[in-house]
Design a protein. Structure first.
Length: 270
């Protein structure tokens, strides 16, 4: 009975911390509507709610923003034009090979990405990172579970705490960390965080707070109640990956992309 009470208390704490929706600015809406964005990326706005997500994180067009592990550049396509005139965007890729691929993607669209700087993160995997105390905001979309699972680490070791500490160092006092990731239910076995692509809210909060961050709230803008987080091939079973191929594809398409946490943390000023 005590365990159930504790679980309810933890769940209630997360719900109580949910922050009210933020209205995206005209400039942010314009960046999302930019015709230079790929059609395939636009099709995923219905699952990722970029304008609302960035508004919740409080990203301003004058900010110096670090986007961690940009992958194919889904958010980079939005952030680059939004920050181009008065701000600065730095994208941070893992390993030298990852950085090379990122630089090639940036160079392919100089009219869109011409002002974007590329570095490495985390530097424990090698390369040059972001200078300490220079970023107004650091954003990471669906990556914390990778650090927990040791992705790109030569020995597959969990380096999530080291990653959060490096993020803390690169931010200015008062700077913001925005985390969006696939949400694992709090009742699930912790071991699933290293193989399923999902991670618990409590784990992300613990790591961020151990690194020195203060929790500033959560949003349910990227929640998906249809996602049980229990699929044959983890989160990659769902779109856009469809790891099961054509098996039950219509079923997974109807579910949509994963249920996601959207968390905001702040580096204390004093």
């Amino acid at each position: 009975m005590r365990a159930l009470t504790l679980a309810f208390a933890v769940s209630s704490a997360f719900i109580a911390s949910a922050a009210p929706a933020q209205a995206p600015s005209a400039a942010l809406k314009q960046a999302v509507a930019n015709p230079a964005r790929s059609e395939a990326n636009r099709a995923r706005d219905q699952y990722r709610h970029p304008a609302e997500t960035l508004a919740f994180f409080g990203i301003k067009p004058t900010d110096t923003v670090v986007e961690l592990w940009p992958g194919g550049g889904w958010y980079t396509e939005i952030l680059a034009p939004y920050l181009a005139e008065r701000g600065k965007l730095i994208v941070a890729a893992p390993t030298a090979k990852g950085l090379e691929g990122t630089q090639k993607r940036l160079a392919a669209k100089p009219e869109l990405f011409g002002k974007v700087q590329a570095v490495n993160f985390p530097t424990l995997l090698g390369g040059t990172g972001v200078s300490p105390g220079t970023a107004d905001a650091v954003l990471t979309f669906r990556n914390a579970h990778n650090w927990r699972g040791g992705y790109q680490h030569p020995e597959k070791q969990d380096y999530s705490l080291e990653a959060f500490r490096e993020i803390y160092a690169m931010l200015k006092p008062g700077g913001v960390l925005g985390v969006e990731d696939h949400r694992l239910p709090e009742s699930a076995d912790d071991a699933r965080e290293k193989s399923s692509g999902y991670i618990k809210v409590s784990t992300v909060r613990r790591l961020a707070e151990q690194a020195g961050f203060r929790f500033a709230g959560s949003s349910e803008v990227n929640a998906n109640k249809k996602d049980t987080a229990d699929w044959p091939k983890g989160v990659w079973t769902l779109p856009p990956t469809y790891a099961e191929g054509e098996t039950d594809r219509a079923k997974y398409q109807a579910i949509g992309e994963s249920d996601r946490m959207t968390l905001k943390f702040v580096k204390p000023k004093g």
